[in-house]
Design a protein around this ligand. Structure first.
Ligand SMILES: NC(=O)c1ccc[n+]([C@@H]2O[C@H](COP(=O)([O-])OP(=O)(O)OC[C@H]3O[C@@H](n4cnc5c(N)ncnc54)[C@H](O)[C@@H]3O)[C@@H](O)[C@H]2O)c1
Length: 455
């Protein structure tokens, strides 16, 4: 039997595997099963406003999808945004641009927001959610960068590197080994064994350190590390304590006077997580008394919003005291600031935005239920995707399914999160004329926030 006849007989029954096809037929089959990047029914060109010097790779990837991109290196004020945002479907920001309710009111076309950073607290999430706009960010792309910085801090603290380097910069030669240690054989205690903590665990063991960790969850230890039953056990056993927990009410002042007392004499504290986790006046006390041999702090309860701004007592009342203490490394929240992390953040957020615009997927959105459907493939030309953002209230599915009833619903999925709900459905056998009527019908339901049809 020839390869081609195999295709004919197979297509009349089950689909042949691509290995059974000729090269041409294989190419055809692959292009048929490739996901079809969908377009809005209105076929308007998607316009993106991108601020704060977002990664060039992200911008290139948007342009490759045919999106129009206007890119600025700086943030915009609320008034500047209000003037500008009206014609855009997507905005990409980092942490310095604030998306307020007034900005949202001035953005009737806005479909999605991309925060090309870890945080989303610069966006008024209740306001954007009520407007049916999902927000995407990249919370974990810089885990490795943070873990590597901690390794540098461990070495720097135990060798008093910053003291010696500072002295030599001021013209003083001061070679000494007293109070300087190798990391090998010392114990690192990691509080919070998530994305950063677990990476750090692997790196520290490769330096010959013993690793113990404490986490509220039971987590499979990596390498030879050991999970301890509580924070007190970890503090009592560790030569270095590194914090990697999220900022939560229960982690505020997680390390205060009592906890510092439980740490070993001559040990070190490192905080690259969130400012409020450490009670800094208590830490100053522990350092001044000599109980702690040093500390590295990358995050603070209050941080300047712009580069060049002072880090002084007006910002944090204890700032000048902390700045004068020996063997204390202070850095301006640089834990995740590397080129690699920026590139990964750019890739992750731009892919999530493109996936929402072109496929309707909300996977990775912080304020929406995560809803996705397997793609419509290139050969499924008669299928249309309905993306319906609505208020989470009773009776919506009954109304929407009544509207969809005349058509063949190929697949459908819906979910809710708080006040917002999202339904995706792929329907077949609908004429171009009927698409407009169906869109009007669904958009007229009383819970409707936004209804998009993708073809
Ligand atoms: N300095 C920076 O630039 C920078 C960069 C990245 C992350 N961070 C911060 O680092 C921290 C860790 O980030 P991640 O990505 O590893 O987070 P993650 O969510 O992956 O891990 C956090 C871990 O902490 C655990 N945890 C929560 N509450 C706890 C508690 N009370 N006691 C012990 N464990 C607890 C969780 O179970 C989880 O395993 C976060 O606060 C994050 O904001 C800072």
């Amino acid at each position: 039997m020839s390869t081609n006849s195999k295709v004919v007989s197979a297509t009349s029954g089950s689909r042949p595997s691509t290995r059974e096809l000729s090269v041409d037929a294989r190419r055809r089959a692959v292009s048929e099963i490739a996901p079809r990047f969908l377009q809005p029914v209105e076929n308007v060109g998607v316009r993106l406003l991108v601020l704060e010097d977002i990664s060039p790779w992200a911008i290139a990837s948007f342009r490759s999808l045919g999106f129009h991109v206007d890119s600025y290196t700086t943030p915009m004020t609320e008034d500047e945004l209000i003037e500008k945002i009206g014609s855009y479907h997507v905005i990409g920001i980092r942490s310095k641009t604030r998306i307020t309710p007034r900005v949202i009111q001035a953005a009737p076309k806005l479909l999605a927001i991309g925060c090309f950073c870890m945080t989303t607290n610069q966006v008024d999430l209740p306001a954007v959610t009520a407007a049916g706009i999902p927000v995407f960010n990249s919370p974990f792309s810089n885990s490795r960068s943070v873990a590597e910085l901690v390794m540098a801090e461990l070495v720097s603290l135990s060798r008093q590197l910053f003291e010696r380097a500072y002295e030599l910069r001021t013209g003083i030669w001061n070679k000494q080994s007293k109070g300087c240690w190798e990391l090998r054989g010392r114990t690192l205690g990691i509080v919070g064994y998530g994305h950063v903590g677990s990476q750090l665990s692997v790196l520290a063991e490769s330096f010959g350190m013993h690793v113990v960790f404490y986490d509220v969850l039971n987590i499979m230890p990596l390498g030879s590390s050991r999970q301890l039953p509580n924070l007190s056990a970890l503090l009592a056993e560790s030569d270095f304590v590194s914090l990697h927990v999220p900022e939560l009410p229960e982690t505020t002042n997680l390390i205060s006077t009592q906890e510092l007392k439980q740490m070993k004499n001559g040990s070190y504290l490192i905080n690259n997580a969130r400012g409020p986790i450490v009670d800094i006046p208590a830490l100053i006390e522990a350092l001044t008394s000599g109980h702690l041999a040093g500390a590295a702090i990358d995050v603070f309860p209050s941080e300047p919003r712009v580069n060049g701004a002072p880090f002084d007592d007006q910002l944090n009342s204890w700032a000048s005291t902390l700045r004068k203490l020996p063997n204390v490394i202070l850095t301006p929240s640089i834990g995740g600031s590397t080129e690699e992390a920026q590139r990964m953040i750019g890739d992750e957020v731009s892919q999530a935005l493109a996936s929402y615009i072109g496929y309707g997927s909300t996977v990775g959105a912080v304020n929406f239920p995560e809803v996705d459907l397997r793609p419509i493939t290139a050969d499924q030309e008669n299928q249309v995707r309905v993306c319906h953002v609505h208020k989470n209230q009773p009776g919506v599915l009954r109304q929407v399914n009544k509207a969809l009833a005349p058509y063949n619903v190929e697949k459908q999925y819906s979910d809710s999160k708080g006040n917002i709900a999202y339904l995706m459905a792929d329907i077949a056998g609908i004429s171009r004329d009927d698409i407009g009527k169906l869109q009007e019908l669904i958009a007229a339901t009383d819970a409707n926030i936004l209804t998009r049809f993708l073809v």
